[in-house]
Design a protein around this ligand. Structure first.
Ligand SMILES: Nc1ncnc2c1ncn2[C@@H]1O[C@H](COP(=O)(O)OP(=O)(O)OP(=O)(O)O)[C@@H](O)[C@H]1O
Ligand SMILES: [Mg+2]
Length: 319
């Protein structure tokens, strides 16, 4: 395995307030490794420091401490940046160019010959599923979702070996989300390494080989998704919904089951048990209730969400 992203103790303080005398630590000693070909998710709540990390790696801002290497080169090396792609959080476009003109322009920046620039623009606009008639419209007339597609196309214009995507699904409707998800997934076949941040758990869950969870500037967890789920704890509460004429019957049937709560809902009862293994006991007990019927069983909440939101430890240091 080749490590393509190496982050060591990366730290960023922003200077804020009157005369910029106050410092706010947005990123606190982040160390992380990403291997070639991985689709790596970088997860965290709003303000956790995801975009700060991306901007540091892209050399748009400078670190307070620590270092990072991409493709074996220090992030200050300009030649490395020609081999990677980046979709910023708030992409800025030249409003008066059409989608096609903009992509040709992006390709020109990498020095491809004219004809190839046009071919690349066409290929990428197809890849991000921008419909044929929108390709020759000015970007200022585009919706947020369409701009997001153009941004993605732009990030891939140089066939990057590593692509950094800051919230690639933002602003997209459910169909668009799925298309972008499929597009990112298809990058696997070309061996492209993808580092993408999101605060949407489900996007990370379906796409990523591994993920890191950032909490208030600090790395809270990193690992394969099943490891993260395990870290979140296997003890998870389960919810059972029964259709029944009188919820009180369910309540009395489950009175002996420790940790079970029963509330009446329209047409039935909602039961919550403390652990997955209590489900069998609850079903057994309810079987004795005449006319009761199981409607659904599902986990309460998402164990990954617990890691994501977390406790109070790891608060940012302000000094
Ligand atoms: N230019 C800046 N000046 C001062 N503080 C900043 C600046 N940029 C970011 N911050 C602060 O740094 C912290 C991390 O911000 P960052 O944008 O990296 O978070 P994020 O994880 O990308 O959040 P989101 O999910 O909202 O995009 C936040 O507390 C934010 O207020
Ligand atoms: Mg951000």
């Amino acid at each position: 395995m080749t490590t393509v992203i190496e982050i060591d103790n990366l730290t960023k303080d922003y200077e804020v307030g009157f005369l910029r005398k106050k410092r706010v630590r947005a990123l606190d000693g982040l160390s992380l490794r990403v291997e070639r070909g991985e689709i790596f998710g970088f997860l965290g709540a709003n303000g956790a420091g995801k975009s700060t990390t991306m901007k540091l790696l892209m050399r748009l801002i400078y670190p307070t401490g620590g270092s990072a290497r991409v493709l074996g080169r220090g992030i200050e090396e300009v030649s490395m940046h020609a081999r990677i792609g980046y979709l910023p959080e708030h992409p800025y476009f030249y409003d008066y160019l059409t989608a096609r003109e903009f992509l040709v322009y992006c390709a020109e920046l990498f020095g491809y010959p004219q004809r190839e620039c046009r071919e690349r623009a066409d290929h990428l606009l197809g890849l991000v599923r921008l419909d044929e008639k929108s390709r020759d419209r000015q970007l200022r007339k585009f919706s947020k979702g369409m701009l997001q597609r153009v941004g993605l196309a732009q990030a891939l214009v140089n066939d990057p070996e590593v692509v950094f995507l800051d919230e690639p699904m933002s602003g997209l409707d459910p169909v668009g989300r799925r298309e972008v998800r499929d597009l990112i997934d298809s990058l696997r076949t070309t061996g492209t390494t993808v580092f993408f941040c999101s605060h949407i758990l489900s996007d990370i869950e379906v796409l990523c080989d591994r993920a890191a969870i950032l909490r208030r500037g600090r790395l809270a967890h990193v690992g394969r998704l099943e490891e993260l789920r395990r870290a979140a704890g296997e003890r998870r509460a389960m919810e059972l919904i029964f259709a029944v004429a009188d919820a009180a019957q369910i309540r009395s049937a489950l009175s002996a089951l420790e940790g079970a709560t029963v509330v009446a809902v329209p047409g039935g009862a909602r039961v919550e048990v403390a652990e997955e293994r209590d489900v069998d006991a609850a079903l057994g007990a309810v079987r004795a209730v005449a006319g009761a019927r199981l409607v659904s069983v599902q986990p309460v909440g998402n164990p990954l969400e617990e890691l994501f939101v977390g406790g109070d430890e790891g608060a940012p240091t302000n000094n």
